[in-house]
Design a protein around this ligand. Structure first.
Ligand code: ZN
Length: 291
């Protein structure tokens, strides 16, 4: 199954459901950032959530989800756009913690206490952000809390990353159910019933079930698919982008780099691609800055 997203209305237009499968993009994130299983699960859940949330308002250019915790992982970052492209990063990738009782990857412990911040249009002048405190630090519950408290959209969120023995990804995916203002009590009860039938998103996929089948379960068969999108891990960085960043440094800092290092090496935090700037290129940047 290729990475993709389904968007549907359900329950006679009283709910909107997003269902995604994200194994390949989470696997790519794992390889780029060399994450250990618990960090893989945390970053994978955040990327999966971001991949769905960027389709909420398509007039937005992109969306950033940021988690800052006091646990061993530190911070996590996921950015997505309405082209289905996501990228992310994690502060400390080498975290492998499990809960003793369930043997599950201990994402909540690894993140610890802290905050979840959602930034809309992060690269534009009209960027705006809102921050909530983390509730369980398992990410899905924290987003549920964010949607109800900051956006006043009652939602159910499920996110899952299943890691193989060899630490590669077996399955990854998730769903977001949004209750629309006209939702009746009866619909809410039906959704709660549907959620009880689902043990976990990754168990569902591990039983050879598809996203369409997950959607049917969540919608109790009332779904009406509106859109399908491909999802992928993609970083849009370019040398020009980093050249512009260098241009924002002050002249003294640039001149120090030229004098001491005679070159600059910049590594993109999202894809780890290395960009080299020669002495000549750096000098040109300084020249452009001079009035
Ligand atoms: Zn990049």
């Amino acid at each position: 199954m290729k990475d993709h997203l389904l968007i549907a209305t359900a329950y006679n237009n009283e709910a909107r459901i997003y269902v995604s499968y994200t194994k390949t993009l989470v696997e790519k994130a794992r390889k780029i950032h060399k994450t250990w299983p618990t960090a893989t699960a945390a970053l994978g859940r955040l990327l999966t959530a971001a991949s769905m949330m960027s389709f909420f308002n398509k007039d937005e250019s992109s969306l950033t989800l940021r988690i800052d915790g006091d646990g061993p992982i530190g911070w996590l970052l996921a950015e997505s756009n309405a082209q289905g492209e996501v990228r992310g990063n994690v502060d400390k990738p080498d975290v492998y913690l499990k809960y003793n009782d369930s043997n599950k990857l201990a994402v909540g412990l690894a993140i610890g206490n802290g905050h979840l911040t959602i930034i809309r249009n992060p690269h534009l002048k009209n960027a705006y952000s809102s921050t909530v405190e983390l509730i369980t630090s398992e990410i899905a519950e924290d987003l549920t809390y964010y949607f109800s408290s900051s956006e006043q959209v009652p939602s159910s969120v499920g996110l899952g990353v299943l890691v193989n023995e060899d630490t590669s990804i077996k399955h990854a995916g998730g769903f977001i159910i949004q209750l629309l203002p006209q939702a009746t009590e009866e619909t809410i009860i039906q959704i709660e019933g549907a959620l009880q039938k689902l043990t976990s998103v990754t168990n569902f996929f591990d039983n050879n079930k598809s996203t369409n089948e997950l959607l049917t379960l969540l919608a109790n068969g009332t779904e009406n698919i509106l859109e399908k999108h491909e999802l992928k891990y993609h970083c849009e960085c370019t040398k020009k982008y980093f050249s512009n960043l260098l241009q924002k440094l002050d002249i003294t800092a640039l001149e120090t780099i030229i004098k001491e290092d005679k070159k600059a090496e910049i590594i993109c935090q999202y894809c780890k691609k290395v960009y080299n700037f020669t002495e000549k290129e750096l000098t040109e940047i300084v020249t452009k800055k001079q009035p």
